[in-house]
Design a protein around this ligand. Structure first.
Ligand code: DAH
Length: 346
């Protein structure tokens, strides 16, 4: 092999190996390549006078490749670390990046928090809890609650209806029949039924600071032997004093609901800071509907009204939360406004 031939061959191999490095092949692999090994094994086959010079050139090529290895490693280290959880590519220029919410810790919705507080009070009073449904049927909404067919009282609870005739409930009383049926075995064992029902309800309403189309109610049902209206007032007063952490005066006044007989409206003494003036009207706040469960409602659940009596109540839950926390507009609750919600970080 002539000196020129060797040089030409070395040049071709050099070019090929550098190209492989440039295209991203790991340098260690290129250094172990058969082409480079072949150059080394040629050295002893050369005439003595050419060996030294050719050996030097092969060594220089090896150094050149090793240097390229160093550069490749340095470049890998200088790449920004990749955050696989980032919502955009790390190379996205700042002005093209999507706007993100700050990663502040979220909070429970104030209503969720307050419902839990209310339920805790009732649990301590021996109640269990069950949630109402977001869609219910005519039987639970009206018939089981003693609304006669086509009775004008149905109009007060006129809400939204699906094409199949299901109703977005206007009150949590829709659960009364289910609660009574499910807990009937307690009566047979000589125990009382005591259940509260928190739930989301809907009304066809003119909206203002105290009226929302979507809100929450808390219903209560108590049935047993010898239950009377005094138990009703005592239960609600105990709950309200616990919730507001102060003794509040309460009074009941006559009202009408198809599912109670007699029916009442419960009013509580409005805390002084929430009174606009000294008038009697400002003194009392009508809070909820209640009464002794109508015998027909008990019969619909196959409970004998000659043996058992009971009371029930139901009322908007936001009003209580607003009073306790000095919230001036009911519409804040469903607004999803972070400024509002963040005030309840606890
Ligand atoms: N469901 C009634 C309403 O939303 C409130 C109510 C009144 C519930 C009397 C009751 C009750 O359980 O006994 O207007």
């Amino acid at each position: 092999m002539s000196e020129n031939n060797n040089h030409a061959n070395l040049d071709i191999v050099r070019k090929g190996l550098l190209e492989r490095i440039a295209s991203g092949e790991p340098v260690e692999k290129v250094l172990r390549s058969t082409e480079l090994k072949a150059l080394y094994s040629e050295i002893p086959t050369l005439p003595t006078e050419l060996r030294a010079e050719y050996g030097k050139q092969v060594n220089r090529l090896k150094q050149e490749l090793e240097q390229a290895a160093g550069e490749q490693a340095a470049e890998a280290e200088s790449l920004p670390p990749i955050d696989v959880t980032a919502p955009f590519d790390v190379n996205t220029p700042p002005d093209k990046r999507p706007e993100l919410l700050s990663a502040r810790v979220g909070t429970r919705h104030p209503l969720t928090r307050e419902i839990d507080l209310m339920l805790d009070i009732f649990y301590r009073m021996g109640f269990s809890a069950v949630e109402s449904r977001l869609l219910d049927d005519d039987y639970h909404m009206f018939e089981s609650l003693n609304f006669p067919n086509d009775h004008p009282a149905r109009d007060d609870y006129d809400t939204f209806m699906t094409e199949e005739g299901l109703i977005a409930p206007a009150h949590t009383s829709t659960m009364q029949n289910r609660v009574l049926r499910a807990n009937k075995p307690l009566l047979e064992r000589g125990e009382d039924i005591r259940v509260v029902v928190p739930g989301r309800v809907f009304r066809n309403e003119d909206l203002d600071a105290t009226h929302e189309h979507t809100f929450y109610q808390l219903e209560g049902v108590v049935v047993g032997r010898g239950i009377h209206a005094g138990n009703l007032v005592a239960t609600l007063r105990t709950f309200l004093s616990e919730y507001f952490e102060q003794e509040l005066q309460a009074k009941i006044q006559p009202f009408y609901f198809p599912f109670t007989e007699p029916s009442f409206e419960l009013a509580i003494e409005r805390p002084e800071i929430l009174r606009k003036d000294d008038s009697e009207e400002q003194k009392w706040l009508e809070l909820l509907g209640c009464g002794m469960i109508h015998p027909n409602v008990l019969k619909h659940a196959e409970i004998d009204p000659a043996v058992y009596t009971g009371f029930a109540w139901g009322g908007g839950l936001e009003r209580l939360v607003m009073m306790k926390n000095n919230i001036e507009d009911i519409r804040h609750f469903e607004s999803a406004k972070l400024d509002f919600l963040r005030q309840f970080q606890s």
